[in-house]
Design a protein around this ligand. Structure first.
Ligand code: GRF
Length: 230
């Protein structure tokens, strides 16, 4: 499919990498199908052979591959990294969307796709990087939690921030209820960030990502907090 948007741009060619159930990948697919996102998912790759994200992609006819990242457990490096770069290039990926890909991205992939790798993290970065950040937020006693879509750099959850969406932490929350509330926002945040990127609206200036003339991004980012304050 080579549909163009109203400005005549062809779809942005995005590869999605994930290790798990793929709900973020699903939200991207749905935004594309609804005509809200000028993106084509050129392939989905997982480092977990039976990850449901692969099944979701195959159901939609999207090329989906299991690519082992052995022998490493927590990073994508060495020969495995080369295999990933090769497959991404073969499919003509312009941008990589990490969606629950449970490995650190190293220099080879970063250099192959400079400022073209995005990640979603279930916290309002820079607070609570790393694992189970919703639980970290709850245990810390934070009153506001949320999610962040950011560019990927060599650090863990440290790259320039594109979109954040906030949710309140409620008195009765458990790790599970808070995580579910955050995930609802993730499904809005990732398509939104990709939309901005596909429209050429993003400019990275140091740590700051300018969103250009995006009429929706600012209110969207703060919607949930605004609702909880009212
Ligand atoms: C998401 O919560 C995301 O924030 C984190 O990993 C999870 C992936 O979930 N990085 P899914 O595979 O997209 O359902």
């Amino acid at each position: 499919m080579s549909r163009k948007d109203s400005a005549g741009r062809p779809p942005l060619r995005v590869a999605v990498l994930g290790s798990g159930k793929g709900s973020n990948c699903q939200s991207i697919i749905e935004a594309i199908e609804a005509g809200r996102l000028n993106v084509r998912i050129v392939c989905v790759i997982s480092d977990v052979e039976n990850a449901f994200i692969l099944e979701r992609a195959r159901r939609r006819g999207i090329p989906a591959f299991y690519l082992s990242a052995a022998p490493f457990k927590t990073k994508l490096d060495g020969a495995a990294e080369l295999r990933y770069v090769e497959t991404l290039r073969e499919h003509g990926a312009e941008v990589i969307a990490l969606a629950g890909f449970m490995r650190m991205i190293k220099q080879g992939l970063l250099a192959a796709f400079p400022n073209r790798i995005l990640n979603i993290h279930p916290a309002l970065l820079p607070a609570f990087p790393g694992m189970e950040s919703w639980r970290q937020a709850l245990d810390y006693g934070a009153k506001v939690a949320g999610c962040t879509v950011h560019f990927v750099d060599a650090g863990m959850d440290t790259g320039p921030i594109i979109v954040q969406r906030a949710v309140p932490v409620l008195d009765g929350d458990t790790a599970e209820t808070l995580h579910a509330r955050i995930q609802t926002e993730e499904r809005i945040a990732y398509p939104e960030a990709l939309r901005l990127l596909s429209e050429g609206s993003l400019a990275i200036e140091g740590r700051r990502v300018r969103l250009g003339n995006s009429p929706y991004s600012f209110p969207c980012c703060f919607q949930s907090v605004a609702i909880s304050i009212l």
